[in-house]
Ligand binder design. Structure first.
Ligand code: PLP
Length: 340
């Protein structure tokens, strides 16, 4: 048995999802003629209470398009130093949007108005122009930490006061919704643009969706085209995404429960120095100072449990749709057995 905890992107489409994909009507989406993609976009915009939605190949693309639509060259984006848009998108904000980034340092990546405000620049010819506040929910590098609506509302007010736009990198937004028990629309109303991933915890094979006003999505479609993201009969993959949105949100609670159980085991393990609190499906732990991450990962791999290194001295586990109770038993046994 192989246990793959490297990421929630490793999930494969289920039989039912594949059946939905096989049955999907398709058309040329560059001509707006793919009925499945049109259904998916309508379903998503209704779910979020936004005017429009755009299906794209990846979450990197939806984030990049959003920032391109909200900014001009010489503008600046304020985000946490752990942000995916800053760390893991190949320098895309400079490359695609010609903007700079100003980094705040939130507790596990969760920003507050107090942390953001000093980063808002006054009008001065020497400075870039502060334009967007980018939040991430849940925060990947923060160990899956999540915002509550009451944390977002004052940030949105600060943004409005300073004429800034709000973007949400919601690659794991539904994990935050399930963990907090809050309403999708109550979070969504605070953002100009929202990017969500269907190919992570929701288990679709491909795709992300950008949400916003009709105006911003019209522009986003032009940007998607120039990035080479205008797909043709992509309804065949969009059907998997639609199936995921309709069927796989509530079950994220199981992933969270399993992550908490694994974290409890890791807390007991003598190779673990410390572990970030587990709110959703991500577990980040540091290994003992006298051990190397590589060494610990190798031992896990010898037992067919796969994870990834995650910054200095740390390892990340992510639970997901294809990680079941049997695999969890196995992982717990390996954690108990490992000795250094
Ligand atoms: C995975 C992820 C993305 C998008 O990644 P893609 O692989 O391009 O789909 C964006 N933001 C966060 C926080 C992520 O974890």
């Amino acid at each position: 048995m192989i246990v793959d905890l490297r990421s929630d992107t490793v999930t494969k489409p289920s039989k039912q999802m594949k059946e939905a994909m096989l049955a999907a009507p398709v058309g040329d989406d560059v001509f707006d003629e793919d009925p499945t993609i049109n259904d998916l976009q309508d379903y998503a915009s209704n779910l979020f209470g936004k005017e429009a939605a755009l299906y794209c190949p990846s979450g990197t693309m939806t984030n990049q398009i959003a920032i391109r639509c909200l900014t001009q060259p010489q503008d600046e984006v304020i985000c946490d130093q752990r942000s995916h848009i800053y760390n893991y998108e190949g320098g895309g904000l400079a490359y695609n949007s010609m903007v700079s980034v100003r980094l705040a340092d939130g507790e596990r990546g969760i920003l507050t108005p107090e942390l953001i405000e000093p980063n808002i620049l006054k009008e001065d010819i020497h400075y870039p122009i502060s334009k967007v506040i980018g939040l991430e929910n849940t925060v990947n590098k923060g160990g899956g930490a999540c915002y509550r609506e009451k944390d977002i509302e004052p940030i949105a007010r600060l943004a409005e006061k300073n004429d800034l736009k709000m973007h949400l990198d919601g690659a794991r937004f539904f994990n935050a919704i399930v963990a907090t028990g809050e309403e999708i629309k109550d979070h969504a109303k605070h953002f100009d643009t929202i990017s969500i991933c269907l190919s992570k915890g929701l288990g679709a094979p491909v795709g992300s969706i950008l949400l916003g006003t009709d105006e911003v999505i019209k522009k986003a479609k032009r940007v998607r085209k120039v990035l080479g993201g205008g797909m043709r009969q992509a309804g065949i993959i969009a059907a998997g995404a639609l199936f995921a949105l309709k069927n796989n949100i509530e079950r994220l609670a199981d992933d969270h429960q399993r992550a908490k159980t694994l974290a409890k085991e890791l807390e007991q393990a003598d190779f673990v120095k410390n572990i970030l609190p587990v709110d959703t499906n991500i577990i980040i732990f540091e290994v003992r100072d006298d051990l190397s991450v590589e060494n610990v990962l190798n031992k896990f791999e010898e037992n067919k449990v796969y994870a990834v290194p995650f910054g200095k001295g740390a390892i990340r586990f992510v639970t997901h749709l294809d990680f079941n109770d049997e695999q969890m038993e196995r992982t717990i046994n390996v954690i108990r057995l490992l000795s250094f």
